[in-house]
Design a protein around this ligand. Sequence first.
Ligand SMILES: Cc1cc2nc3c(=O)[nH]c(=O)nc-3n(C[C@H](O)[C@H](O)[C@H](O)COP(=O)(O)O)c2cc1C
Length: 226
Amino acid sequence: MRDFAVAEDRQFHLRVPMGVGAAFPRFSAREITEDRLGRLMEVAGLAPSNWNLQPWRWIVVREGAAKLYLEAATCTKVPLSSAPVILICLADTLAWKSAPLRLQEMIASRKISVEEGREALRRVREYYSSSPDAGKRAALANAFVAAHQLLLGAAEFDLSAYWVTEFDENKVRTYFHIPDHFLVATLLAIGYRDTEGAPEVSRNSPRASIYSEKFGEVPGSASSRR
Ligand SMILES: Cc1cc2nc3c(=O)[nH]c(=O)nc-3n(C[C@H](O)[C@H](O)[C@H](O)COP(=O)(O)O)c2cc1C
């Protein structure tokens, strides 16, 4: 079992898995059933996304040779093949093209008016056709949120999971027949943890990553109060 920080809020209790650096969890040989994985992926599918575009797609990899291939495609020698399941999380850079459908759904469920829907569609088209980077950024951001939701969900199912984003994308693309307009957002190794979690490594003080009003200005300093 991994370690948890319990953050308390008035409305909810959140169990947050705490990363411990580059020490990878060792997985036991226990398989993850289709049912459990399916439920976990339903949790991931509840993630929010721009205009509810849900641009993530998953390839579930259980087959030994494919896992070894993925392991060889990682840049930092991650023991991926020991995971019973590796999920390849894809981000559809053209998902914005389904905005008309998604906006129709929002109109039908009275989330927005017809007029608002028309105006939103005009802006969405203008924004996403301005540069391919716009579609890439949104798709990746949304896919990462879904991946993170899956990781949090995994903890609730007593599973452990970790991210891998340093890999040769072209190799992954070729082997798994991934179309060009999808980015490989991340690989997620999932399984039951074999050993106790490693001790936590030191983390930056949260203060070191927070600026006040302008980049680089430390909260409470004379310059930030001016
Ligand atoms: C977004 C993200 C990407 C990551 N990519 C890699 C990676 O490519 N290679 C790697 O060795 N670790 C990577 N890590 C770290 C591992 O996923 C993992 O967090 C670390 O091994 C600690 O394991 P734990 O979370 O079970 O404590 C990444 C972590 C995050 C949050």
